[in-house]
Design a protein around this ligand. Structure first.
Ligand SMILES: [Zn+2]
Length: 876
């Protein structure tokens, strides 16, 4: 029943729209041809029929750019309709998947969407998420960061949600008013144009939506995947209104729907409040198998996001600030190898290059693209976008390192750390060779020696050698320089043959029968057995959903005992190599059972320990020759707990290990696989096991004998975009097209780290971040020495504070720092920018000023609520 006094009649606000997947079962250019036809038709309708009042452009703006690229002459017309409110543009640049991009990428997506929509004449201030496969817990805070107080979404709800109107909030207190589109964005399909059929359709929608509504305004989404606008719509609405009893159809917009809801709800207490993510497949397909489909896309997304936000942006910013401060004393290093033309000296040119890199990356983040649930051609076209993003980001980052180095001490290794410090971690550098002598240590400016070892397998250019070393005490968001100490080569005798590695934290051995690792945690005395055991099962699902064959045939050990070798044994790192062969069923049979024929898949695991570093780093390489299967790494934790903790955007999400109870009416069977960012953790408060990763976004916490086992998905190999013949999902999720590329035949490399720890996840999350974000080192031959041997651009102090952006302001005027409190409790801290600034203020995510910052002695003081996100701007 309506919550408050409401109008007598129901108002059905019909919002015409299309859902424009930019690339999916067709690649981009094929859909774009249809997009041109779609816009031609839409603009024609708007021009001819003033009664066709409004059309909503699917909440994103890249489709307008795609049309204007072929029809630049239509720009003024589109701008006019956006200004007049007849077209709604934005707020997103692309409709992303929410789980798979980083939090910062979601912010940049909205930032770019706002910019493009603003240039067209205005932004639709509604967080419209028609199709993403589940809703992330922190989305309300991201939307509020853009001043967006209203949200429309579809997937992820279950029966615990009783109404289509509610407030959705995050731990920091941000909330948005949600209009849930029960029945989906395509509820109006197949969009009859005959009056009786249109009337029946409207009555049918009313019957479905009225029982869920708390306000007598119903949202009727009138559009679906790639459907054109209907010129008949105004006439159909007029004719149907003449027949409807107790209701009226209004051709309107999403903001209009919210205005009506807000007018009839007495304050925020009038509606239910919900907190947390929405990841149920009860009413609509959640499609959770996309977290692991085509894993290379997830790995490259992670690498590109890291490159832009951890390296290219902060280093280009720092180099620009130093250039300004040093003025005439700035030393521009001569161009390195290649063209003799210089890199850009103007910050604006660098910013323009990075803007292009972000566009390339965002083009790969629409839900059908990043999820890996499209045809092969669509995903093949993502590779060059990743490649080009990588080329730009790497070039900008390297050039900035070179320029910063040129102002610093000469003949030193510069180690850069993009995380809080001081940090001690393993790094690699290419340094000059000396005849008759080897590099034996790196020495910092306090004379402290950090022993190094030569890495023979990494062959640099003649006259150089690659060394690995533990770089100690590197400042946060800064660098530390080291001289190299050489010593005469001595015969070290036969290499040690030990089949164990250890440091002050752990001793690691290998169980040859399974290839898994046994770990003694020296600090707690805990013994972990069977870590990183590779377990392979069949998969009879498709790109969207995993489904085990019945019966499954698990392969959980190599065909013969693993071979173990000590391949690195130096003062900076010890590495065991485990080689083995998994004999896996070649594929599924036509009956969708695992075949008897097996193929041999070589596996190589490298396990490394370094002194002073409380992690066990793992690199797993596999040559995949099998189809229709899922390969996971298992980590028995020995911890008894009913929940797992996984890093998500701007915080950590706690999820039950047990599956929800479901029945045959559910659109999908519930699964235990969930999304993660850089780590998952299970703990009992006294001790725990964290598994960190680089771009492996799917995990499951399995309730096993002796405690919870964490499973991280490495490969999920399927041959179809969508199938109908498996029980874990009802109905198709897309067209039934073959996708041989999703079988992922060939070589794959996975990187993750095992972090046993005391206490809960807050004790270990920083180690996961350090694993996910290694330091970079560069030999600096010449430098003016104007900069000190170690320096920091940003100092950060405070429990649980995590920086996600350190970059030039969007308008070029100053420095922007974004950080959040990852803890489930309040925290306070301080931020200090080392380069000169005149004014510090809190800004929103659009970088518009909110309030002056609390500055004490040059430090910005911060008090943060749980999971609160803060954006700071320092004016020059
Ligand atoms: Zn879609």
């Amino acid at each position: 029943m309506p919550a408050t006094a409401a109008p007598d009649r129901w108002r059905l606000v019909l919002v015409p729209h299309t859902h424009w997947d930019r690339e999916w079962y067709f690649p981009y250019q094929r859909f774009r041809a249809r997009l041109a036809g779609f816009f031609d038709l839409l603009l024609d309708i708007l021009e001819r029929d003033p009664e066709y009042r409004h059309f909503m452009l699917d909440g994103h703006t890249i489709l307008v750019e795609d049309y204007l690229e072929v029809r630049p002459d239509r720009r003024a017309l589109i701008e006019r309709y956006v200004r007049e409110g007849r077209l709604a543009a934005g707020p997103w640049y692309v409709i992303p998947d929410e789980s798979l991009p980083s939090g910062e990428a979601l912010v940049r997506n909205l930032l770019r969407g706002h910019r493009v929509a603003q240039e067209l004449g205005g932004v639709m201030p509604v967080g419209y998420l028609p199709d993403p496969f589940g809703q992330i817990a922190h989305l309300p805070a991201i939307l509020r960061g853009f001043g967006i107080e209203r949200c429309v979404f579809w997937r992820g709800t279950d029966d615990s949600l009783k109404t289509t109107e509610f407030f959705w909030e995050t731990a920091d207190g941000s909330d948005v008013l949600v209009k849930h589109i029960a029945g989906g964005y395509g509820i109006g399909g197949p969009f009859p144009i005959e009056e009786d059929a249109f009337y029946d359709k409207i009555e049918d929608i009313r019957a479905r939506l009225q029982p869920l509504a708390r306000v007598r305004t119903l949202l009727v989404m009138w559009g679906s995947d790639h459907v054109p606008p209907q010129p008949e719509l105004p006439g159909l609405i007029r004719a149907t209104n003449a027949r409807l009893a107790g209701a009226e159809i209004v051709h309107g917009s999403l903001p209009q729907v919210f205005e009506e809801i807000e007018a009839h709800v007495a304050g925020p207490n009038g509606l239910p409040r919900r907190r947390g993510e929405f990841r149920s497949g009860q009413h609509a397909h959640l499609l959770p198998g996309v977290l692991s489909a085509r894993v290379w896309i997830k790995q490259r997304t992670f690498a590109c996001e890291q490159l832009l936000t951890r390296w290219a942006e902060p280093l280009a910013l720092w180099s620009g600030l130093l250039r300004r401060r040093l003025g005439e004393n700035w030393h521009e290093p001569p161009p390195p190898a290649g063209p003799t033309s210089p890199h850009p000296k103007e910050a604006q040119s660098e910013a323009g290059l990075l803007d292009r890199a972000w566009r390339l990356l965002l083009e790969n983040q629409p839900h059908d693209s990043i999820c890996g649930c499209s045809v092969d051609q669509t995903h093949d076209e993502m590779r060059p976008r990743f490649d080009q993003c990588d080329q730009i980001g790497d070039d900008v980052a390297y050039e900035a390192m070179r320029r910063i180095g040129a102002q610093g001490p000469a003949e030193r290794v510069h180690v850069f750390n993009p995380l809080p410090g001081p940090r001690t971690d393993y790094a690699k550098a290419v340094v000059p060779a000396q005849s008759g002598a080897e590099p034996v240590a790196l020495v910092d400016d306090h004379g402290k020696r950090w022993p190094c070892q030569r890495i023979a397998s990494a062959a640099p250019r003649p006259g150089r050698v690659t060394v690995g070393f533990v770089a100690g005490d590197v400042p946060g968001f800064g660098y530390q320089t080291y001289k190299i100490e050489y010593a005469a080569v001595t015969n070290t005798g036969r290499p040690p043959r030990a089949l164990a590695i250890e440091n002050e934290f752990f001793k690691v051995t290998v169980d040859r029968a399974t290839g898994a690792l046994n770990v003694l945690d020296k600090k707690t005395g805990a013994r972990h057995r069977g870590l990183n055991r590779l377990v392979d099962g069949g998969d009879r699902g498709d790109e969207y959903n995993y489904c085990a064959p019945d019966p499954d045939a698990l392969v959980d050990r190599p065909a013969a005992p693993a071979q173990v070798r000590l391949v690195e044994s130096g003062p900076a790192r010890q590495t065991l190599e485990v080689t083995m062969t998994y004999r896996l069923p070649a594929a599924l049979t036509p009956a969708r059972e695992r075949a008897r024929r097996v193929v041999s898949c070589p596996v190589r695991v490298l396990v490394s320990l370094s002194p002073g570093i409380p992690r066990i780093d793992v690199r797993t390489e596999i040559e995949n020759r099998a189809e229709d299967h899922r390969l996971r790494a298992h980590f028995p934790s020995g911890v008894r707990t009913e929940v797992s903790h996984a890093e998500q955007h701007f915080g950590v999400v706690t999820r039950p290990v047990a599956l929800p109870t479901s029945d045959r009416t559910w659109s999908e069977e519930p699964v235990g696989t969930h999304p993660q960012k850089t780590f998952v953790d299970v703990n009992d408060g006294k001790r725990g096991l964290m598994i960190a990763n680089k771009g492996l976004q799917e995990y499951e916490a399995l309730d096993a004998r002796g405690g919870v086992t964490v499973a991280v998905t490495l490969l999920r190999c399927v041959g179809w975009l969508s199938r109908m013949d498996f029980p874990s999902r009802k109905g198709h999720a897309g067209p039934p097209l073959a996708t041989p590329g999703a079988q992922l035949l060939g070589r794959h490399v996975f990187e993750y780290s095992i972090i046993p720890h005391a206490g809960g996840w807050p004790r270990a999350y920083a180690d996961a971040h350090r694993f996910a974000t290694p330091m970079r080192a560069r030999w600096n031959q010449s430098g003016t020495g104007q900069l000190p041997p170690s320096a920091s651009l940003l100092e950060l102090a405070g429990d649980g504070l995590v920086v996600t952006a350190l970059k030039r302001a969007e308008d070029g005027d100053g420095v922007v720092v974004r950080l959040y409190n990852t803890l489930d409790k309040k925290s306070s801290g301080r931020v200090r920018l080392a380069e000169p600034w005149s004014r510090a203020e809190l800004v929103d995510m659009k970088e518009d000023a909110l309030t002056p910052a609390d500055v004490v002695d040059g430090d910005v003081r911060l008090d943060l609520r749980p999971n609160q996100i803060v954006t700071l701007r320092f004016a020059p």
